[in-house]
Write a new protein. Structure first.
Length: 71
């Protein structure tokens, strides 16, 4: 993990190709990773693989807005 005051590299990021509840099949891309350091790609890939859960049943729907503050 990096420090809070590190500069953000705009060339690095993740584009999510699927949303929660989307149907997926073998071979579908779940996300696209943009990177510029091969040495960190393996670490990032492992973290991403642990971030996705694929199940047979669709997950329960959650509200997009949980609470309005200061309205």
């Amino acid at each position: 993990m990096r420090k809070q005051d590190d500069t953000i590299d705009p060339a690095v990021g993740i584009v999510l190709e699927k949303k929660i509840g989307d149907a997926v099949k073998s071979g579908d891309a779940l996300c696209t990773v943009h990177y510029n350091a091969d040495a960190r790609l393996k670490e990032a890939t492992a973290m991403l693989e642990d971030s996705f859960v694929i199940r047979e049943q669709e997950p329960p729907r959650t509200p997009l807005v949980r609470k309005v503050v200061g309205a």
